[in-house]
Design a protein around this ligand. Structure first.
Ligand code: PHE
Length: 335
């Protein structure tokens, strides 16, 4: 037999244990284990219910009410604790995953084409519109393409200007884009109409207008009936397209082993500024045409080589060629 008094005592003990233990629980599984200890099928509260049968009939209703109240208040206590727990779990998750929208972002600066690349592409598009193709050739060039085929034999004094960075006995970094003329003519029957922009190398001492690395654009047009007048027209047309109105240009006599006659081209922004040499040009020497198997009695041609860096300097008012190659963003980002 069990009486109400001892039942009450047991209820109080359960309540006390529950109150004491429940607030210490900090995770879901501990809370669930604790709940099963009290409210599970074989839990402490369930065991008390099982004692009901032993209670005196007169006290049964009272005892039942006490036990039901215990069960209800235990359920409430667990629900409260659960919601507190869920809340703190949620809060710490929010805390962990918080994104601070005021933090500065990761900056990925977008690059842009170097001024020389922009200028080169503009030159290409001008000549493409005129019907020229863009050709390319190796920067490590054979002595044959760079010299012999261009009518510059080994003992020719003109070699001095271009005899520069050798890789081995017979290959060198090309000092001009003219060897590409040979490479194109070797592969193509006339008519030939190409330009070739690209990097060149010379043993020049660096100064404001010289750099051991620089850029040229070569032009070659071979066909029946071409004369120096056509050359002058093409150069003038190009200068007009690239520089616009107001620039002055002049051609004067020069010498290149691979052209005959040969000229050099100068430009200036206006009458008060200095002439700047842009490059050389001329009618392709018959000896060069013969070397590539063309018949100089049938076709004639002209070629020029212009300094891209110099043209960019003139157009953008840049007074030192070295600024192109030092990668100073304060310079590069201006264009
Ligand atoms: N290759 C010559 C130089 O670099 C320029 C040139 C090209 C001259 C084509 C005539 C014809 O100086």
């Amino acid at each position: 037999m069990i009486d109400l008094i001892s039942l009450r005592e047991q209820i109080e003990r359960i309540n006390a244990d529950l109150k004491q233990g429940i607030d210490r629980l900090t995770d879901r599984s501990a809370l669930e284990a604790f709940r099963i200890e009290f409210l599970g099928r074989k839990g402490r509260i369930g065991q008390l219910f099982r004692l009901l049968g032993q209670i005196d009939a007169a006290e049964k209703a009272e005892a039942g009410k006490l036990l039901n109240d215990l069960k209800t208040s235990a359920n409430v206590a667990f629900e409260e604790r659960r919601s507190v727990l869920e809340n703190t779990i949620l809060q710490s998750k929010i805390e962990e995953e918080k994104i601070d929208l005021t933090l500065p972002g990761v900056y990925h600066p977008l690059g842009h084409r170097h001024l020389l690349t922009q200028v080169q592409q503009e030159i290409e598009s001008i000549f493409l519109r005129m019907g020229f193709d863009v050709a390319t050739g190796p920067e490590i060039e054979s002595e044959y393409h760079n010299f012999e085929a261009l009518n510059i034999p080994a003992d020719h004094p003109a070699r001095d200007d271009w005899d520069t960075f050798y890789i081995d006995e017979t290959t060198l970094l090309r000092p001009h884009t003219s060897p590409v003329q040979i490479r194109v003519m070797e592969k193509t029957e006339p008519p030939v109409r190409i330009i070739c922009p690209g990097r060149c190398y010379r043993r020049d001492t660096q100064d404001a207008t010289h750099s051991p690395v620089f850029h040229q654009v070569e032009l070659l047009w071979v066909e029946e009936g071409l004369s120096l007048a056509n050359l002058k027209y093409i150069i003038e047309l190009f200068v007009h397209e690239f520089f616009g109105e107001g620039y002055e240009m002049r051609l004067s006599g020069d010498f290149f082993p691979f052209t005959e006659p040969s000229v050099q081209m100068h430009m200036r922004a206006d009458r008060s500024s200095n002439w700047l040499e842009l490059g050389g040009a001329g009618m392709v020497d018959p000896a060069v045409l013969t070397k590539v198997g063309y018949d100089p009695e049938k076709v004639t041609g002209f070629a020029f080589g212009l300094g891209i860096d110099r043209m960019a300097m003139l157009r953008y008012g840049i007074d030192d060629i070295r600024t192109f190659f030092t990668n100073d963003l304060r310079f590069i980002t201006q264009f």
